[in-house]
Design a protein around this ligand. Structure first.
Ligand SMILES: Nc1ncnc2c1ncn2[C@@H]1O[C@H](COP(=O)(O)OP(=O)(O)OP(=O)(O)O)[C@@H](O)[C@H]1O
Ligand code: SF4
Ligand SMILES: [Mg+2]
Length: 384
């Protein structure tokens, strides 16, 4: 059960001087398995201010959940190695003891997990699960906890909350169960909420309701939120900033409107291109991109996206592009031949002439469906 954690103290002390609610620096997490070291998170840095929402997007296996669980210190096991720094409200989480973390979980930082069934006990009525949480964290009496639980269930729009408290999780729909998990997460008024694919396996209407609910709660409570999702439609309208992850790294990071106005990384472009060009306006799950995500035990040298990138050049396979600022807006990307530059165009023409397979979908005119995302991002900006 003893995960190894190494704190980068130079980064940590630099971070405590900052004003952000959460500052993550050079975070790495790997898992030792029989075949080698799975490098799931490979040097992620970002900061998040109070009341803001950060969207984390990437294909399956890109390291989104491991990143969230590393900050929460929820990757347990003696094969886990974490290093770097994660400072929350001036406190280095990676140097905190498990008992300090337990005080933080639910009180200051909460998480809505990908699958509500894994976080709810199927054998215990939901009422007890909500009230026990409230009693444990707030020290409320049984009666106070029950009243609070009913209020919370009303807040997350669960009809007939008193009778629902007597239900077992399997007696509720997927949407109801996810609302219960959100109620539990909100119970102690966290300052920071991780929502890890909170709408997976729910139908589109329920997805909308749950995401609207999370957004409303986030705004009313001035809570910071890290919204992890595959769905660019979700992050476009509901986040202040977006971080695109590939193979455990951040490849592009920008304020939401800036990202959709001027995407720079070929992987972000591929994610956008994979949204079908239909009248479907939102919540479109990302289609697979040609090729496969890399082996994280032995990732490709240079740029990890190089085997799938339509613009790849020899330099990409030799040198890892650093994540660097491209303007003064906070837009950063990690690419030697960014989308929209003359160098990118030239690289594409060379690859097309060489009939590189990954150039085909681009050449066939698979349009990048940015319009509706730009519209959504603009709506979010207006709300701010
Ligand atoms: N306990 C573990 N032991 C070994 N490898 C692991 C472990 N947990 C995660 N991984 C690996 O780490 C990588 C990142 O996983 P992660 O769950 O963070 O992906 P993700 O981006 O959240 O994907 P998804 O969208 O499918 O949820 C994957 O290759 C995964 O197989
Ligand atoms: S152009 Fe090169 S550096 Fe940029 S994403 Fe493609 S392979 Fe990576
Ligand atoms: Mg995940």
């Amino acid at each position: 059960m003893n995960a190894s954690v190494t704190v980068n103290s130079a980064e940590a002390s630099a971070n405590t001087n900052g004003a952000s609610l959460l500052q993550v620096s050079d975070l790495h997490t790997s898992f030792s398995v029989q075949a080698g070291e799975v490098k799931a998170v490979r040097g992620v840095s970002f900061s998040l201010d109070q009341g803001k929402t950060l969207g984390v997007v990437g294909e399956s296996g890109s390291g989104k959940t491991v990143l969230a669980r590393s900050i929460m210190r929820l990757n347990l096991g003696d094969n886990v190695n974490t290093s770097g720094s994660a400072v929350f409200e001036g406190k280095e989480l990676l140097a905190s003891t498990m008992s300090e973390m337990q005080t933080l979980w639910g009180n200051e930082v909460a998480m809505v997990f990908q699958d509500p069934m894994t976080s709810l006990n199927p054998l215990v009525k939901v009422g007890r699960q909500v009230t026990e949480h409230v009693r444990h964290h707030l020290g409320a009496s049984k009666a106070e906890a029950k009243a609070l639980a009913i209020d919370l269930l009303k807040e997350v729009r669960i009809p007939e909350p008193e009778s629902r408290l007597n239900a077992y999780p399997h007696e509720l729909s997927g949407g109801m169960r996810q609302r219960i998990c959100i109620a539990i997460a909100l119970a102690c008024e966290p300052t920071l909420l991780f929502a890890d694919e909170p709408t997976t396996a729910l139908d589109v209407t329920v997805q909308h309701q749950i995401l609207n609910l999370l957004n409303r709660e986030q705004q009313e409570r001035h809570m910071a939120m890290i919204l992890i999702t595959h769905d660019l439609g979700v992050v476009a309208g509901r986040t202040d900033e977006i971080m695109v992850m590939y193979a455990g790294n951040v490849v592009e990071q920008a304020p939401t409107a800036a990202l959709f106005a001027d995407m720079q990384h070929p992987y972000t472009e591929a994610l956008l291109r994979s949204i079908p060009r239909t009248t479907q306006r939102s919540h479109t799950r990302l289609a697979a991109i040609a090729g496969r995500p890399p082996d994280l035990i032995d990732p490709p040298s240079g740029c990890a996206f190089s085997p799938r990138c339509p613009y790849v050049q020899p330099k990409c396979r030799e040198e890892t592009p650093p994540l660097q600022a491209t303007d003064n807006s906070g837009h950063k990307s990690a690419c030697w031949f960014p989308v929209g530059t003359p160098e990118n165009k030239e690289a594409f023409e060379k690859n097309l002439a060489a009939r590189l397979p990954q150039t085909m979908s681009v050449a066939e005119g698979a349009m990048v469906n940015t319009e509706m995302l730009q519209e959504k991002a603009a709506t979010q900006e207006e709300r701010n």
